[in-house]
Design a binder for this molecule. Structure first.
Ligand code: CA
Length: 223
């Protein structure tokens, strides 16, 4: 899952980016409202964390412009203002949630997870296909009850494939939802990760291959 942080305060970026990466999100950062808007319009993020007080364009303006451009990406607004009127105003401009600074990382994480499962149910935090099970809250993967140790990227790739099981996912879609924006789109990194992921989720007793290559199109995880 990819997250865009639009925030100019370096301290907050320094605290959020590694924290979210450790929770298996790919994180892009934009440090002013204009850049943030461009990023959010050019890539399909799963969640946007948007500070209200930004250089060049306010968070509120960014939010309004995104919604005017029919971008439905869930947005969590950050603000130092704590009065109720401002909160209502920001939610009315199209933000999905609102956090007042200072906030705890755990609280932000809980809000992100709640937005990601909307409108799905809580059970969706554990994804299951056949005997393959991915727990997106605990960041664990099991096959036939046995835990499999994956790298962060392998986990993110598998989560994206499992959330979209049965659908053909192109390289571009995988790039957008699993890799950071500055990743090289021409490198063979997706292929390499698919190969290593296949090896890890393989079970000698069950020949089933979960991840299918769809020639000329991309990859599909068989539901
Ligand atoms: Ca700010």
């Amino acid at each position: 899952m990819t997250i865009l942080i639009i925030e100019d305060e370096k301290d907050i970026i320094k605290f959020l980016k590694p924290g979210l990466e450790a929770e298996c999100f790919a994180v892009d950062v934009a440090e002013d409202g204009e850049k943030g808007l461009l990023c959010a319009l050019s890539k399909e993020y799963d969640v946007i964390i948007l500070d209200n007080n930004l250089p060049k364009k306010s968070g509120q303006e960014v939010c309004e412009e995104l919604r005017a451009n029919k971008k439905t990406t869930p947005i969590i607004m950050l603000s130092v203002l704590s009065d109720v009127d401002k909160k209502v105003e920001l939610l009315n401009t199209g933000a999905d949630d609102y956090l007042t600074k200072p906030f705890s990382f755990q609280e932000l994480l809980a809000r992100i997870r709640s937005l990601l499962r909307r409108p799905k149910k809580i059970e969706d935090e554990i994804l299951r296909i056949d005997d393959l099970e991915l727990d997106s809250r605990r960041n664990t993967v099991k096959r036939g009850g046995e835990e499999i140790s994956l790298t962060r990227k392998q986990f993110m790739l598998l989560e994206y494939l499992m959330r979209n099981a049965g659908m053909v996912l192109t390289r571009g879609m995988i790039m957008e939802h699993v890799w950071e924006m500055d990743a090289d789109p021409f490198s063979n990194t997706i292929e390499t990760h698919i190969l290593s992921l296949r090896k890890k989720i393989k079970n000698a007793n069950k020949p089933r291959e979960f991840i299918q290559t769809v020639p000329g199109r991309g990859y599909k995880l068989e539901a």
